[in-house]
Design a binder for this molecule. Structure first.
Ligand SMILES: Nc1ncnc2c1ncn2[C@@H]1O[C@H](COP(=O)(O)OP(=O)(O)OP(=O)(O)O)[C@@H](O)[C@H]1O
Length: 478
């Protein structure tokens, strides 16, 4: 049975005696959630002086090291000792392998009343281990034997993993994170969650649904690894009609700024409706040309968001954001998310004012924004599949989802003729044997015949889509 000593972030023990129990309670709940998501069970726990001792049925070191509020996770051996002699005998037999042929030091922390000091324990364990090692080296040891004595119990650290620090998720209210899934927004959401905020995701489909599909994957990864103690939501707002409206009515240089203002307006409404305390974005100053300080001011002054907008990346350079994205494990997935560039003109207004935004927004049919917000769909990031976020109203799809069943509608050509890997010919498709939630992507040369076929298959109850543009403009899978 693995035993862990979880050291909590330094700032938790400093909280007032009224606040502290709530923080510990939430941390323990989140640790339990992390253990269960990793397929284990908590067999017992206790909070002892800024540490949580946790007993589980399987190894969950990795999962525990991703819980906010955790400074360090120690995998320990535990012993109930009688006296100093007994303690030293146990500790030196436990640590023998650890120090084998290495220069070592012993460090002891002690609490409770004993007839020996920490130094006594260190000295005696050190002496007992010496013959197995390359000698004691207190200045620059290769390994440190860490022993904790708490009352009549002792722990010895076998190995340890660094935690992320921060505060337990859930102690600081809730925020709605504007989430594209690119490098910036996941890091922004992560940083806010690290401060104890329960984060849900808000994604706008601006063009390709592949971007939405991939953004969901990033949100799912972030949720399952890092966001404990609740079930994060992924809210999707289909903004494609709004994008088309902006593209046709707004002057080129202002399109990006106006689109951002409308995203703020929609986010603000959803934040109020969902009872959130704040909105989060991955904006930083001067990074993309549309993110100048003046543009940020113009957008916020125009949209007057009803909740504070948190921008945790404001002080970061792009390299720092990418490095953090790598460190916390989103780099690979985020790098696949396509940039939504359809609306981005080559010349972007960098000195917008609220007045300019207002003037441009007057040209836009705002009922489209209303409708998009009303039609928002919400998914549980932990149990939903990326396929679920693909809009079912679209008959066409512009990419091939990973697990899709591919159907070649070019009967007359035969499947060997430039077909896609894994595709089956339409004549071999038996609709009765296809699960109702399976995404079926039908393709032909141009997308014309496959659209008719997809509609036909939908009538038979299948989740069928036609590959837009056909093989001539074939998209990549996620
Ligand atoms: N499709 C979207 N859905 C939700 N929020 C978005 C979307 N696109 C952008 N945002 C929000 O606006 C911020 C700035 O987006 P922008 O595309 O200008 O910059 P970015 O640096 O590429 O951001 P990211 O790397 O997060 O995509 C994002 O970090 C995110 O918070």
């Amino acid at each position: 049975m693995p035993v862990y000593v979880v050291t909590v972030s330094g700032e938790i023990p400093l909280r007032s005696s009224r606040t502290r129990p709530r923080f510990y309670r939430r941390l323990v709940e989140n640790l339990r959630d992390a253990v269960e998501r990793a397929g284990g069970r908590v067999l017992g726990h206790e909070v002892v002086e800024a540490k949580v001792v946790l007993r589980t049925d399987v190894d969950v070191t990795e999962a525990l090291s991703k819980v906010f509020g955790v400074h360090r996770v120690g995998v320990v051996a535990e012993y109930q000792f009688k006296d100093l002699k007994d303690l030293v005998a146990w500790a030196s037999s436990e640590a023998r392998d650890l120090v084998a042929n290495k220069r070592f030091a012993v460090r002891v922390k002690r609490s409770g009343s004993h007839d020996f000091t920490s130094l006594d324990v260190a000295r005696e364990v050190g002496a007992a281990l010496k013959e197995y090692s390359a000698g004691v080296d207190l200045e620059n040891p290769e390994v440190t034997v860490e022993i904790e004595v708490r009352g009549s119990r002792a722990f010895i650290y076998k190995r340890a993993a660094e935690g992320p620090g921060g505060l337990p998720v859930g102690v600081e209210g809730r925020a709605l994170a504007l989430f594209s899934g690119g490098f910036d927004s996941p890091v922004a959401a992560w940083l806010v969650a690290k401060r104890g905020v329960q984060v849900d995701f808000l994604h706008f489909t601006l063009g390709s649904t592949r971007a939405t599909y991939l953004a969901f994957k990033v949100a799912r990864e972030l949720s399952s690894k890092w966001l404990h103690g609740y079930r994060p939501r992924f809210v999707v707002v289909d903004f494609r009609k709004v994008v088309a409206e902006v593209a046709s009515k707004v002057s080129w240089p202002m399109r990006q700024v106006v689109l951002r203002a409308l995203m703020y307006t929609a986010a603000s409404r959803l934040a109020v409706a969902g009872g959130y305390n704040a909105i989060v974005t991955g904006e930083s100053i001067g990074q993309a040309s549309s993110q100048t300080l003046r543009n940020l001011q113009a957008v916020e002054e125009y949209a007057k968001p009803s909740r504070p907008v948190l921008r945790p990346l404001l002080g970061f350079d792009k390299e720092e954001i990418v490095a953090l994205s790598r460190r916390i494990g989103f780099y690979e997935l985020s790098s696949k998310v396509p940039e939504a560039c359809a609306i981005a003109p080559s010349r972007v207004e960098t000195h917008a004012t609220a007045g300019m935004v207002e003037e441009e927004v007057r040209k836009v049919d705002m009922s489209l924004v209303e409708k998009a917000v009303e039609g928002a769909r919400s998914f549980d990031t932990l149990s939903s599949r990326p396929d679920d976020v693909i809009p079912s109203d679209d008959v066409e799809i512009d990419f091939i989802p990973e697990d899709a069943l591919l159907v070649d509608a070019r009967e007359w050509r035969g499947v060997d003729d430039g077909s896609l890997p894994g595709a089956i010919p339409l004549s071999r498709l038996d609709p009765d044997n296809v699960p109702r939630d399976k995404v079926v992507v039908v393709f032909c040369d141009t997308g014309a015949i496959s659209t008719i076929v997809a509609e036909m298959l939908r009538k038979k109850g299948l989740r069928a889509y036609s590959l837009r543009g056909g093989l001539k403009r074939c998209g990549e899978g996620g």
